[in-house]
Design a protein around this ligand. Structure first.
Ligand SMILES: [Zn+2]
Length: 239
């Protein structure tokens, strides 16, 4: 099947060798090819309503194949509910029209230190098993002259989380968007997450967490990176 990269690729790609692995070789490993979500050229030819109708039909077939009786009251509405949830909620971030519009402000306080937004809760789904990934995202940037409304950082995280994902790509997509919106390379992104495909099935390790990090520009300097990491360890619970 022909694939097309819809988004630009502002940061680096993963090594070419990843592209030659078969699905069986990749197995449960979370390898990925680049920072753009792989999309088909016809991804947006159908309206959302057409997508919901189509997915509902396919999901009904999956349930029936599993032997479920959809004439039961409790199951009858499930295909439609799942289809709406996919298109309008948990995978709505595939559609660039849902990308948050970001307004920037002049940095009139001349605040030149890093700004850290930590403990941004996110819910995503693993693209290999379609089960949840959830956890916390911590981001930071050093202003290049403009500042961003704090809630916009949460919106950027949530937009990219609402796609079938691998954590590495989610990290890079958030970093790439912050870099382009804030016009600075001085960006840090750290994701601490739990993958239900690891804890509830497969290896069934309920205690493991997955950490991914991106440090750009001045954050690749150890002192700046450590300052960021130290802020994450501060006790900032206020209740
Ligand atoms: Zn998975």
């Amino acid at each position: 099947m022909e694939k097309r990269i819809v988004e630009s690729d502002p940061l680096r790609n993963t090594p070419e060798s990843f592209n030659t692995l078969s699905v069986d070789e990749i197995g449960d490993d979370h390898l990925f090819k680049g920072i753009a979500t792989p999309m088909l050229p016809q991804a947006f030819l159908k309206t959302d309503e057409e997508k919901i109708a189509s997915i509902a039909g396919h999901f009904k077939a999956i349930m029936e194949t599993l032997g479920l009786d959809l004439s039961d009251d409790s199951l009858a509405g499930t295909p439609q509910r799942v289809a709406k949830m996919y298109v309008q909620e948990i995978f709505s971030g595939l559609d660039e029209r849902n990308k948050p519009k970001i307004a920037l402000f002049e940095n009139k306080y001349r605040y030149g230190q890093m700004l850290v937004e930590k403990n941004i809760t996110f819910y995503s789904n693993c693209e290999h098993h379609f089960v949840p990934i959830f956890g916390k995202v911590h981001v930071a940037y050093i202003s290049s002259g403009k500042v961003i409304g704090l809630s916009k950082l949460n919106r950027i995280v949530n937009y990219f989380a609402k796609r079938p994902q691998v954590q590495e790509r989610l990290t890079m997509q958030i970093a790439g968007e912050m870099e382009s919106v804030l016009n600075t390379k001085d960006i840090a992104v750290l994701i601490d997450a739990k993958h239900l495909c690891v804890s509830s099935r497969g290896i069934k390790d309920d205690n493991s967490a997955t950490i991914t990090a991106y440090y750009g520009g001045r954050f690749s300097d150890d002192a700046v990176k450590n300052e960021f990491l130290n802020y994450l360890n501060l006790n900032t619970t206020y209740v």
